[in-house]
Design a protein around this ligand. Structure first.
Ligand SMILES: Cc1ncc(COP(=O)(O)O)c(C=O)c1O
Length: 419
């Protein structure tokens, strides 16, 4: 049976304190999981996971990760500000964006963060607008050399990164412009569960570092293997064995990096999903069990709190609180209140019989959950609640209000204002 990071009593206690719907995160589980990743790579001097802020852009979650030694991977100026507010600064921030504006690049260079360029044309663009810093990283897209997956698509069809040929050219230009410190980045998988995939990514980057260093006589400071370590969304899946990933990468490090005299080379990652995904869930109340041509249960959350099923058809397990051991007798579509026919958390899902007032917990919403929400249909996004190690709950983001949604509008110019 797929379990939650909370007991039934904890969920009921949270519901008694906060109106549903809300995302609920477990602080201690996130902390222990962050430590698990750091421990797996403790052999690698300077190993850092730059947490992909987009996965869960809440300062209280980032604070836990900062305390565990994580950096931040940012893709927008606001993510950068958020990381800095928490105390993650300078080279503990990696700015991995694409199609980035001059303004964002100027901010990133001014703040002294690691800038990760997405295309060869960014080199003159960066020089013109922000100047060339002494440390730069380039993002590699291996194209047909690697398989992607349903979430991220095929690398050769993705808009990101330098081709192999451009990469060599890019580092040559940077070397000739006087850059002294170099990094190499890629992000080819998302939600991958096969440890070998991540080992193959390390092999690809280590080999590139060896080739480029030899060809251009430059010295790499780090490789960033990207994020993308998956989580077991489905009941029959297992978490990625980090020890296997780490051991495979360690062997390659010895062969390729130490073997070619390229040691020390720091290993960075930028996982988001595996850090927080399983340790958050969306707690919602059944408000309208209905039968049409199919059986439906309308809940008080909608996809503005969790877009993943609507966007990718992604599976999120659902627990009906207190009915964990009841027979699965009904096939439901679990839907929200948007006037939009993709507003589903699940379709044709076998669940116990649901009545109005039942609490449904949608699993694995800690990453790319609240963060991806929208205000479509004028729906305020829900609150985020954090359970602390002593079992108490903290509201770490309040629910949006109608006033929040209207705060960018100026009603005073309306001709009908006098009414
Ligand atoms: C550049 C980059 N790094 C890291 C991540 C985080 O991926 P994940 O949350 O699957 O680890 C993403 C996700 O979109 C990304 O685009």
């Amino acid at each position: 049976m797929k379990t939650l990071p909370f007991s039934e009593a904890e969920i009921r206690r949270a519901v008694s304190q906060f109106p549903t719907p809300f995302h609920l995160y477990n602080a201690e589980a996130i902390r222990q999981n962050a430590r698990r990743l750091m421990k797996a790579f403790e052999w690698a001097g300077g190993f850092t996971n730059f947490f992909a802020v987009k996965a869960c852009p809440n300062p209280y979650v980032l604070e836990i990760l900062m305390e565990e030694g994580f950096g931040a991977d940012c893709s927008s100026a606001s993510e950068l500000v958020l990381a800095e507010m928490v105390g993650i600064t300078g080279e503990m921030i990696m700015y991995t964006s694409n199609d980035t504006s001059a303004r964002e690049l100027v901010t990133a260079v001014r703040e002294g963060v690691i800038v990760n360029l997405d295309d060869i044309t960014f080199i003159p663009f960066l020089e013109k607008h922000a100047g060339i810093p002494e440390l730069l990283c380039l993002r590699y897209n291996p194209g047909p050399l690697r398989e992607g997956n349903a979430l991220i698509g095929k690398p050769e069809e993705a808009k990101y990164g330098f081709t192999g040929k451009q990469l060599l050219e890019g580092y040559k230009i940077l070397r000739d412009k006087g850059v002294k410190r170099f990094g190499l980045h890629t992000m080819v998988a998302s939600n991958g569960l096969d440890p070998q995939y991540f080992i193959a990514t390390a092999e690809m980057l280590f080999s590139l570092v060896a080739e480029i260093s030899e060809e251009l006589g430059i010295c790499f400071e780090f490789v960033n293997l990207g994020g993308g370590i998956g989580i077991p969304y489905m009941p029959d899946q297992n978490p990625v064995d980090l020890e296997i990933v780490s051991a495979g990468i360690k062997d390659l490090y010895k062969d390729i990096i130490i073997g070619n005299g390229l040691d020390p080379l720091k290993i960075y990652m930028e996982n988001g999903r595996m850090i927080v995904g399983p340790f958050g869930c969306l707690v919602t109340t059944a408000i309208h069990p209905m039968t049409k041509y199919r059986d439906y249960v309308g809940v008080d959350a909608c996809i503005n709190a969790l877009m993943r099923y609507a966007l990718y058809g992604s599976y999120h397990h659902i627990t009906v609180v207190g009915k964990e051991n009841d027979p699965l007798t009904k096939t439901y579509c679990v839907t929200g209140s948007l006037c939009e026919n993709n507003d589903y958390f699940a379709t044709d899902r076998l669940l116990p019989e649901i009545v109005e007032g039942d609490i449904l917990v949608i699993h694995d919403t800690g990453a790319h959950g609240h963060a991806m929400g929208s205000n479509y249909n004028g729906k305020p996004r829900p609150a985020e609640i954090l359970m602390d190690p002593d079992g108490s709950f903290r509201q770490i983001r309040r629910e949006e209000t109608t006033a929040d949604l209207f705060k960018t509008l100026d009603f005073s110019k309306l001709r009908t204002k006098s009414r």
